[in-house]
Design a protein around this ligand. Sequence first.
Ligand code: BGC
Length: 253
Amino acid sequence: MQEQKILGIDVGASGIKGAVVDIDSGELLNERIRLETPDPATPGAMAETFAELVRQHDWKGLVGCGFPSIIKNGVAYSAANISEDWIGRNVVEIFSLACGCPVEVLNDADAAGLAEMQFGLGQGEMGTVLLITIGSGLGSALFVDGQLVPNTELGHIFLRNQKRVAEQYASNNARKREDLSWEEWGIRFNEYLQSIERVLNPDLILLGGGTSKRFDKYEGYLDLRTPVKPAELLNAAGTIGAATYAYQQSRKH
Ligand code: BGC
């Protein structure tokens, strides 16, 4: 049976957030519950927190999960902001064993992008649409004529004149860690988006993650040919997209 309500869980480097999602409307059916991501974010500790979130929803059905890593066939291939113990581990198996429910997993930024394309500003957008999530890291989701190109990691490109990858220079964590003003950070973020624009030439750039709420603070420092807009679903996108993905996968089985 295909579920119309699915528990979506957005696993992030700082918080693990969940809500039951109505698949038709993309609406959250309960106030999102947020638990702190354990530190260190090891598979065992995260699985316990994940299971606790499922328990708090008194949930027994399918769970969709966005996870901050390259994900192929349920396996994590990177770990920029979580414990390296995740690399090579099967996230689907670890989380479903811990919570006792079937789990579908995809990259967290890809999840946010799916939600934004289906229920937010990306609806009906053809061409190349890029969503960048700004949080502990920089995540990316790339769509071509509405189709997701999964596992792009555009937060990990090297920036010209920087001996570090983009997310170490222009993420929200970098802003906080280096105590940057919005102007200082906005200039860096603009440099980052310009590097992407130079090679990808998207038709639309959407900004997601917590920092997209503060768009008015840095909008003035962005100088791009491509239209840039804050995503509509803001923080809920990851949760909605995780549930949407699980639904899509359940229809394939
Ligand atoms: C990870 C991505 C993730 C992004 C946002 C990056 O550090 O490599 O997979 O999407 O953070 O969480």
